[in-house]
Design a protein around this ligand. Structure first.
Ligand code: G1P
Length: 310
């Protein structure tokens, strides 16, 4: 595809309508996307990843009791005035950095939880005829260059659709979208490889590979032609993976092994791991956090030895 045919990716969809049942009671009132990883909520991490990749329009597919998400990215004059008057300029900078500019945030609702494909379809009118990114806020990717930026770099070469992938243990393929690689492997680094097919949550014995879709997508608007059929797939839900599979062969479709480490912050263990990973790299508290982890680990070892000796 020549450069002139490749439209830049400026819009991103964030499906944030989920209930967050895995975090109850913490998420009884608070949206799961507002749970903090180190000093900022989950949703802000993915917003920053999208912004770094050149996204200018942020589309939240939201639902009931999610108003806090839009408030978080809004101008908060009383807070700014208070910080200003107290001379807390570092904090003020942080607050301003989490604000979206006028005309950048768009909201659409998914009234019923009919699946990820349905959630994305809810943004169809806002996407119009443009390519767009999808970022699942449950997945955090810690990387020197954000995952979506890495994908945009690949997209600028290939056009079409690009998905970020990583290997999972064979017995866990039933939790993910899995790529049919045609038996080939993606080259190391962030170079892409063509996708031959996609299957949502296959039984390990039927999985075409162990290469999983990790929650970052660049898609062409034609995916809506397939989503609007509202066909249900795995788990009785309208699956994004099934609609993407129908684009293969018609448009370039590339899988990219990203550089970085992913955290499933939608699970309680992944959430704790992400907090440790991000806090241990924090410029203010990182040294202390790393020392705390070492102290904690050695205390656990001592406790285990004492228990064994008893
Ligand atoms: C969704 C997608 C799946 C993808 C996964 C990544 O599944 O449907 O293809 O592999 O996210 O986290 P979910 O985790 O919403 O069941």
């Amino acid at each position: 595809m020549s450069d002139s045919e490749i439209k830049p990716v400026r819009k991103a969809v964030f499906p944030v309508a989920g209930l967050g049942t895995r975090f109850l009671p913490a998420t009884k009132v608070m949206p799961k996307e507002m749970l903090p990883i180190n000093d900022r909520p989950l949703i802000q991490h993915v917003f920053e990843e999208a912004r770094e990749a050149g996204i200018e329009e942020f589309i939240f597919v939201t639902g009931r009791h999610k108003n806090m998400l839009e408030e978080h990215f809004d101008f908060q004059p009383e807070l700014e005035e208070t910080l200003e008057s107290r001379g807390k300029h570092d904090m003020l900078e942080k607050i301003r950095d989490s604000e979206m500019g006028a005309g950048q945030l768009f909201l659409t609702r998914q009234p019923r939880p009919l699946g990820l494909g349905h959630a994305i379809w809810c943004a169809a009118k806002l996407i119009e005829d443009d390519p767009f990114a999808v970022l699942l806020p449950d997945v955090l990717i810690q990387a020197p260059t954000g995952c979506l930026k890495q994908m945009v770099d690949v997209y600028n070469q290939t056009g079409g659709n690009v998905i970020a992938v990583e290997d999972v243990p064979k017995e866990l393929t039933f939790k993910y979208g899995i790529v049919d690689t045609g038996g080939e492997d993606a080259p190391a680094g962030t170079k892409g490889m063509p996708v031959k097919g996609l299957v949502e949550k296959p039984d390990p014995k039927d999985a075409p590979s162990t290469m999983s879709v990790i929650g970052r997508y660049i898609l062409q608007p034609e995916v809506f032609d397939h989503l609007s059929a509202f066909e249900t797939g795995a788990g009785g839900e309208i699956q994004l993976t099934d609609a993407m599979d129908k684009l293969i062969g018609k448009q370039p479709f590339t899988a990219m092994r990203f550089q970085g480490k992913s955290y499933d912050s939608g699970s309680r263990l992944g959430f704790i791991q992400a907090n440790l990973a991000y806090a241990s790299k924090d410029p203010e508290i990182g040294d202390d956090v790393r020392q705390t982890i070492r102290d904690f680990a050695s205390q656990l070892d001592k406790d285990a030895m004492n228990e064994a000796a008893e």
